[in-house]
Design a protein around this ligand. Structure first.
Ligand code: HSE
Length: 297
């Protein structure tokens, strides 16, 4: 049996819609064993399909199809700590686990770059799948269906406080509320901030994040789908975060925090929300993951 460990991810990071992504130290651990039949077990209590429609299995199937090999079955045991449909890359983690396992069982015909492309093809955009594979912060661009990407390790001074609501938000719904066209000034607004985000993270100019996470392409349209979001942003600010933004398509909200302030967040984040009548959210303090998906044999 092999194990594949894949990190959670937070996509967009504010202005970098469908381009920026960050790997976090919250994991989906998946065990695989070759088998003549499909056996799928979730040890984490998540209700996942246990047939060929299971996303992990579909990802393995894609790898086998690409190689022209027939897949008879697979034993899969999942133990995921990544909450589902919350904007933390749970489906990307499943896709990446499946393609890494499929590649291993077929004798590693695909390089890491091939796997990045394959994962993006299954998911539809690269900003969760690429950091899940590479770790760190990734910047990705698509050209003619190919992903051009760089993954860069992050500095340890910054931590990530993630506010996670009880309710879910499907990415398809969160994408359906976005406009088809944007004004030039809005595009320029995002281009400048997305670039500022990357430059600031790598030069430790974290005080820039308050501006770098501003966005006019997706967050303004999605906030009405995230009940309590304004109060969460306000709480993160009062507790001293550099900034906060919607994680991926939402509904979770990720805040960027100086390591020295993490006790403050751990103690007061939820009680401050509850005092303002916002119930049902949880808070988790995370670190970045610089390793990306790993196979344990
Ligand atoms: N970039 C994607 C979005 C991430 O915001 O819709 C969610 O998969």
């Amino acid at each position: 049996m092999i194990k594949v460990r894949v990190p959670a991810t937070s996509a967009n990071l504010g202005a970098g819609f469908d381009a920026l992504g960050l790997a976090l130290n919250l994991y989906n651990n998946v065990w695989f064993e070759e088998s003549d039949r499909i056996e799928i077990l979730a040890k984490d209590g998540f209700d996942v399909p246990n047939d060929k429609t299971n996303l992990i299995y579909e990802a393995i199937q894609t790898v086998y199809n690409e190689c022209g090999v027939s897949l008879r079955g697979m034993k899969i045991i999942q133990e995921s700590k990544i909450p589902m449909t919350r904007g933390l890359g749970s489906s990307s983690a499943c896709i990446v686990a499946g393609i890494m396992a499929g590649n291993y069982f077929l004798g590693n015909p695909f390089s890491k770059d091939d796997l990045i492309n394959l994962a993006c093809k299954i998911e539809g955009h690269p900003d969760n799948t690429t950091p899940a594979i590479l770790g760190g912060i990734t910047v990705s661009a698509m050209d003619n269906g190919k992903v051009y990407t760089v993954g860069i390790p992050l500095n340890n001074d910054i931590c990530f406080g993630v506010f996670i609501p009880k309710f879910t938000l499907k990415t398809e719904l969160a994408r359906s509320v976005l406009p088809k066209e944007y004004k030039r000034e809005d595009v320029v607004f995002n281009l400048s901030r997305s670039s500022l985000m990357i430059a600031s993270l790598f030069s430790n100019k974290f005080e820039n994040l308050i501006v770098a996470t501003q966005d006019r392409l997706h967050q303004p349209y999605r906030l009405s789908l995230i009940d309590g979001a304004e109060t969460v942003f306000d709480t993160a600010k009062r507790l001293g975060a550099y900034s906060a933004c919607v994680s991926g398509a939402g509904p979770s909200i990720i805040s960027f925090i100086d390591r020295k302030k993490i006790d403050n967040f751990n103690k007061y984040a939820i009680s401050m929300l509850e005092d303002k009548g916002i119930k049902g959210w949880s808070f988790v303090m995370l670190e970045h993951d610089n390793e990306g998906a790993k196979i344990f044999i």
